[in-house]
Design a protein around this ligand. Structure first.
Ligand code: ZN
Length: 103
């Protein structure tokens, strides 16, 4: 995936963000992977980039106000489905209803 990666905080005027390819994360345990549709940038992100917050964990991809779709889920996730899994579930449900002779 493409991302703006911060390796080391520095004033934004020095272009500290590295727009680059990074491996797609793999959700573990109770995590979900959200495919980001849009992402806002708030003042907190700028504080992280500028180094105005103590010891950010780097490298980091700034941006925590997102809207997206759940793309993958960890093995421990319950009660949440990806869009693909939800569509497959609805098809199976319809097929079972037809096999059972009920509409
Ligand atoms: Zn924020």
């Amino acid at each position: 995936m493409r991302a703006s990666l911060l390796h080391s905080p520095a004033k934004i005027e020095t272009n500290p963000l590295d727009f680059t390819d990074v491996p797609d994360p793999v959700p573990q345990g109770d995590q979900v992977l959200v495919r980001v549709g849009v992402c806002g940038v708030c003042r907190t992100d700028l504080h992280v980039v500028d180094g105005e917050l103590p010891a950010p964990k780097v490298p980091i991809i700034p941006g925590h106000e997102i809207v997206g779709r759940i793309d993958r889920i960890g093995v421990g996730v319950e009660g949440i489905a990806t869009a693909r899994t939800a569509r497959r579930g609805r098809r199976l449900h319809r097929r079972r209803r037809r096999i059972g002779g009920r509409r």
